[in-house]
Design a protein around this ligand. Structure first.
Ligand code: PBG
Length: 337
């Protein structure tokens, strides 16, 4: 390649890459990656009134009641955010082994979807059929024996849950549970019930990560899970080829888009997935990643706004078409400046 020569004419370098870095307009003119509010998905927590709003591990993030969520979604849209992902916080007394509350048509998640759709018919809504909000053991699925998540039983439950979410008005169903075959089963179930147009965003490569702690605290599923872990269904952080197999399977089963999670420690996976499959690819900038930025900024070690924007651009450069981030509204504000 001739672009990277170190050719000198006399004492002067022939090529000076700094020429294009002199002014803001010049840098923008040659920018390879452009971030916009169109790329952002805002993950939110919705709680029952009796629960507290605060999440220790996630400064400036609240667990919303439905009216608060509707108000926050209005403000987010004013900033240019067009799509929300919803995660319900269910009181312990309503959690059980069978995750029965998930199938209650009046549960807080389904109510929230209906309330948002009523208030804002054009707001995009992504919902997750995984069962971890609803189980007393904190797993994403139904267990058999002491602690083993039963794949096929869980898939049946996910299909029912996904159907209720579509009925309530979800536009995209995004299963985060990592059960085998769930994308195909959910697709089939949605199609046979008249929801052919509801898209599936698969959490295709989801790693068994320690970066999810603040999220589990937000859901209250950390207490339920205790010392147990999700390694029997989520991926080993060292595996990349396996992530490609997961993505290939989910696409073959009918996933419309795929997600990689967590985000920043897995940019290589995002890159490979986008290069290889060329499908809409999303990154989840997860709770622990958000918490790290906030915590370091609170100590005066880094600048939250600048690091957040840099992380978002890095996701896009790696190949992500969109990003789920708890900082989505902050990013949108910064982009307006
Ligand atoms: C569970 C789920 C998790 C997240 C999204 N859905 C956590 C887990 O697998 O235990 C993590 C999101 C985050 O950390 O922000 N179905």
């Amino acid at each position: 390649m001739s672009t990277a020569n170190s050719y000198f004419i006399g004492q002067f370098p022939a090529t000076r890459l700094r020429r294009h870095r002199r002014f803001e307009w010049m840098r923008q003119l040659v920018a390879e990656t452009v971030l916009s509010t169109n790329d952002l998905i805002w993950p939110t927590f919705v709680r029952e009134e009796t629960l507290s709003p605060t999440i220790k591990g996630m400064p400036d993030i609240a667990r919303f009641t439905i009216p608060e969520l509707v108000e926050a979604a209005g403000k987010a849209q004013d900033l240019g955010i067009k799509v929300l992902a919803l995660f319900p916080v269910i009181p312990v007394e309503k959690r059980c082994e069978q995750a029965r509350e998930a199938l209650n048509p009046e549960n807080i998640l389904l109510q929230a979807i209906r309330a948002l759709k009523k208030a804002y018919p054009h707001l995009g809504i992504i919902s997750d059929p995984a069962l971890d909000s609803f189980t007393c053991h904190g797993h994403d699925g139904l267990i058999k024996g002491s602690d083993d998540v039963d794949n096929d039983e869980t898939v049946q439950a996910l299909c029912k849950h996904a159907l209720l979410q579509a009925e309530a008005g979800a536009d995209i169903v995004a299963p985060s549970d990592m059960m085998d075959g769930r994308v195909g089963a959910i697709r089939h179930s949605l199609d046979t019930h008249g929801y052919q147009d509801i898209a599936i965003m698969s959490y295709a490569a989801k790693y068994a990560s320690a970066f999810y702690s603040p999220f589990r605290e937000a859901l209250g599923s950390d207490q339920c899970l205790g010392v147990k872990n999700k390694k029997a269904y989520q991926m080993d952080p060292g595996n990349a080829r396996e992530a490609l197999r997961e993505v290939a399977l989910d696409i073959s089963e009918g996933a419309d888009s795929v997600m990689i999670k967590p985000g920043l420690p897995y940019l290589d996976i995002i890159h490979q997935v986008k290069q290889k499959f060329m499908v809409p690819t999303f990154a989840f900038h997860v709770s622990g990643e958000y918490a790290m930025l906030k915590a370091a900024a609170a100590q005066g070690m880094i600048d939250y706004e600048k690091t957040l924007l840099e992380v978002m651009v890095a996701f896009k450069r790696a190949g992500a078409d969109g990003i789920l981030s708890y900082g989505a509204c902050d990013v949108a504000k910064l982009l307006k400046k």
